[in-house]
Design a protein around this ligand. Structure first.
Ligand SMILES: [Zn+2]
Ligand SMILES: [Zn+2]
Length: 101
């Protein structure tokens, strides 16, 4: 993982009891989770989370396979005045989708 500002390698840092990846130039990764967000051409978002099995399973219907349990997490995107984005990943087919609050 590299700093988007100066391209140095990010290092694990601590702020109180919060851990995050940061850079000596002052850049800080968005809080906590190990996720990547990629916006594709057709406006699909692919989220890669390695720790998905530890996320809560909630009742949500998968738009792909109609399975009714999905892992759930939410992300506060960019500016803090924007609403958080809720993500779901189907337990069965692993399809990931998001929902704005
Ligand atoms: Zn940097
Ligand atoms: Zn599914």
């Amino acid at each position: 993982m590299f700093c988007p500002k100066c391209k140095s390698i990010l290092r694990p840092m601590k702020d109180g009891n919060k851990k995050f990846m940061g850079c000596s130039c002052g850049y800080k990764e968005n809080s906590g989770g190990s996720f990547k967000e990629e916006i594709k051409k057709e406006n699909k978002i692919e989220v890669v989370r390695e720790d998905v099995e530890t996320l809560p399973l909630v009742d949500a219907q998968c738009p792909e396979c109609r399975h009714e349990k999905a892992y759930f997490w939410s992300i506060q995107t960019r500016a803090s005045d924007e609403p958080e984005t809720r993500f779901f990943r189907c337990e069965k087919c692993r399809h990931t989708w998001k929902e704005y609050t």
